[in-house]
Design a binder for this molecule. Structure first.
Ligand SMILES: [Zn+2]
Length: 394
């Protein structure tokens, strides 16, 4: 007879480089509403998918301005980008860069592998590397990344448990996924179908894998088009509360993760359409409609998720869009500026505004010290510089 062995618990005494910690520590604090010595209502930590050094710099600038908990996520394709095609080299480069930035910072930072794939040989190497070099990993085994079909529950549990066995003893938190999310995040996470998380399977999954972070599917979608234009995504908040009840009974330290939760900024769309119009009608004719057709999840529903125990909100699309908006604005302002730094600064400042806004929306500010601006007065507006936006909120 096979005896069920309980999964190893997360080693919370592991020392990471200065100011770095595992994601679960930051997320549990958020779920409990802990800020400084105070206890408030729960908030969420947005996980920013960073793909460039400028993106990392922008995130640090936002965290430090607001005294936020910082969560930087790396997808496999981002790691390839950092690593000149080699995700393992990308892990080395990116993790050392973040550790150096964290050392001179005054907030706490976690680094996370997004959509780690333990179902394939190549993916397994990246997950193993991430356990060594990051502070948190996602073991996304709900979909077979080769066949794009959903895996059996037993396989998902088996793979995920292997990652927990490897990661928890060295203090690295693990995120599991149960159910399949529709949409396309990047080349590695495309799916045309989605299924809701089944509550009975959910209980079995968290009990047997031991994961403390779990991404259930309750109706969110990856990518910039979360529905037909004009349609709204409807999240199953009721199901989220049902799952929260189970988690509270089985493992109260469980935190939920929302994937595909990008809420697009209407002012960014408006700004971009305006810039394209100014650059030339040919450009505007080709792309204005695409921009207007982007559909995000409305923030009201995401707030509903936060109150149902979702402490990690993955955000990517709106930041990518903001980068592009900033680039168009920079090109429009001066297309003869022969200075790479200038374009870098313009786009980095744009993303920083987007990050500041998202941290404020999620309630992730004043965690380590009081914010350096009045968060109620901050207005995300690409028509002015980052410096002006910050000054206006002082
Ligand atoms: Zn995702």
């Amino acid at each position: 007879m096979k005896v069920f062995q309980s999964p190893p618990s997360l080693n919370t005494t592991r020392r990471f480089p200065d100011n770095m910690t595992n994601a679960h520590a930051l997320l549990l604090k958020a779920k409990m509403g802990e800020k400084g010595n105070r206890k408030e209502t729960g908030y969420a930590v947005p996980a920013f998918n960073v793909t460039t050094f400028q993106g990392i710099n922008a995130a640090f600038k936002a965290f430090e301005l607001l005294g936020s908990s910082g969560l930087l996520a790396f997808s496999n394709s981002a790691l390839k980008h950092f690593g000149l095609g080699d995700p393992l080299f990308g892990l080395e480069v990116a993790s050392e860069y973040v550790a150096k930035m964290a050392k001179r910072s005054s907030v706490k930072i976690a680094t996370h592998l997004d959509h780690g794939d333990y179902t394939s040989e190549a993916g397994r190497k990246v997950v193993q590397g991430a356990v060594e070099m990051l502070t948190s990993v996602m073991a996304d085994n709900s979909t077979d990344h080769n066949t794009k079909k959903s895996t059996d529950l037993a396989d998902n549990i088996g793979y995920t448990r292997e990652v927990v066995n490897m990661a928890h003893p060295v203090g690295v938190s693990v995120e599991g996924e149960l159910g399949v999310l529709a949409g396309e995040e990047d080349e590695d996470t495309k799916s045309d179908f989605s299924t809701y998380t089944n509550p009975d399977e959910f209980e079995k999954f968290i009990t047997e894998t031991g994961v403390l972070l779990i991404a259930p599917t309750i109706g969110t979608m990856h990518g910039p088009n979360k529905g037909k234009p004009g349609q709204k995504v409807k999240l199953n908040i009721e199901l989220a509360h049902e799952l929260l009840k189970i988690a509270d009974r089985v493992q109260p330290e469980t935190v939920f993760v929302a994937h595909g939760a990008s809420t697009l900024y209407p002012q960014v769309v408006e700004y971009t359409v305006n810039q394209m119009g100014q650059i030339g009608s040919a450009l505007a004719d080709r792309f204005t409609q695409t921009w207007k057709d982007f559909v995000g999840t409305d923030w009201k529903q995401i707030k509903g998720l936060i109150s149902a125990g979702f402490a990690k909100i993955n955000t990517d699309t709106e930041n990518r869009q903001t980068y592009l908006a900033g680039l168009l604005g920079a090109v429009n302002e001066n297309s003869a500026k022969i200075d790479i730094r200038w374009y870098d600064n313009q786009t980095t400042d744009a993303i920083t505004q987007s990050y500041i806004m998202k941290l404020i929306m999620a309630g992730d500010y004043g965690v380590w010290y009081e914010p350096k601006i009045n968060v109620d007065k901050f207005v995300f507006d690409l028509n002015r510089s980052l410096k002006e936006a910050i000054e206006a909120a002082k």
